[in-house]
Design a protein around this ligand. Structure first.
Ligand code: PHE
Length: 341
């Protein structure tokens, strides 16, 4: 029995040395020390021993049991350490590796020009108003004195949302005039920047989606002089003190009188070149004195108040500002182009 115990012990120690996981260790424990384990089985035969042998074997058995338990514990500690080391190696984090650079974008050239324009107008006491891009035809047309039958109301000019033509993508920012005047009594001084839509084919100077900044001033005694002074101030701040402007008579249904404003060509200084198509001038915006019908339609008495309005193309302002000769570049999102501003 003594040899049996010693043999079991050797086997147990060998099995432990080979065990390489907590599960394997547990299997060894069950095999030798468990209720049906080898050592337990040997001890069950103690009854067949003589009275002298029993305490000797009993002591030996306890000793062996304690040895195996100790060996189990030691082996468990080693395995735990190995597992920890392996995990640390697996999850190693090299804090000296340079991080993945986050590429920082910057403002689009149109955003830069828009921010400049906003600052100029805020400096002159204007505030910013916004209106919806999906607009009621009542606001974009009827209330702006654009009656049914007017050419801009044609399907080929306008992106209608509803079959009955009562809702469409606004083709100008002018409906914001109506929306503001409906809610606010004079004095009014606002600009309203935003996207507008027309059924134009894409080329160097056209896009079915572009941007305007609408301006509106309504107060007592507002004249064409205020209009010219305000727009000249804008142009000089944007393009330099010496930039010349030209006010040409024009027609808009919602202003009377109306004009278009040109700036002298930045490329040739007015001599005429490819950029200005030989004109010496580049058209920048439309403007005029708010039509009395538009004022009274919004509940403002045209005998008491007058006002001016203008609509400037932000895209065109940006092209002029940076001497860019193709509008498509603004919408292509080519980083090589955008990074230059
Ligand atoms: N809405 C006009 C256009 O899109 C511009 C404009 C605005 C003209 C305000 C006069 C007054 O062409």
């Amino acid at each position: 029995m003594k040899e049996q115990l010693e043999k079991s012990k050797q086997e147990a120690l060998a099995a432990l040395a080979a065990a390489d996981s907590p599960a394997a260790l547990e299997a060894v424990r069950v095999r030798f020390l468990g209720k049906k384990g080898e050592i337990t089985a040997i001890l069950k035969q103690m009854g067949s021993l003589s009275a002298e042998e029993r305490p000797v074997i009993g002591q030996l058995a306890n000793q062996i049991r304690a040895d195996i338990e100790q060996a189990l514990e030691d082996r468990a500690a080693v395995i735990e350490e190995q597992e920890l080391a392996a995990r640390l190696a697996r999850e190693a984090l090299d804090v000296t590796i340079p991080g993945t650079p986050v590429s920082l974008g910057h403002r689009h050239p149109m955003s830069i020009v828009l921010d400049e324009a906003k600052e100029i107008f805020i400096g002159m006491g204007f505030s910013i108003a916004e209106g919806p891009e999906v607009e009621l035809s009542v606001y974009d047309f009827d209330r702006l004195n654009i009656p049914v039958g007017h050419t801009v109301r044609e399907w080929q000019d306008t992106f209608y949302i509803t079959r009955d033509e009562s809702v469409h993508l606004r083709c100008q920012t002018s409906p914001v005039q109506v929306r503001v005047m409906e809610k606010q009594k004079p004095p009014i001084r606002i600009i309203s920047p935003g996207r507008v839509y027309r059924k134009d084919d894409v080329d160097a100077t056209h896009s079915p989606m572009f941007h305007q900044i609408e301006g509106l001033v309504v107060d007592k005694g507002i004249t064409m002089g205020h209009l010219k002074g305000t727009l000249n101030a804008l142009v000089k701040k944007l393009y330099g003190e010496n930039t010349a402007t030209r006010f040409r008579p024009h027609h808009f249904p919602f202003t009377e009188p109306s004009c278009e404003v040109d700036v002298q060509c930045f490329a040739c200084g007015g001599a005429g070149c490819r950029v200005c198509k030989g004109e010496g001038w580049i058209e920048l915006l439309g403007a005029g004195m708010v039509h009395p019908k538009v004022l009274s339609g919004c509940g403002i008495d045209p005998d008491e108040y007058s006002g001016f309005a203008f609509g400037v193309g932000l895209d065109r302002m940006t092209l002029l500002r940076y001497s860019i000769d193709d509008m498509r570049l603004l919408f292509e999102n080519d980083m090589r182009f955008l990074r230059q501003f």
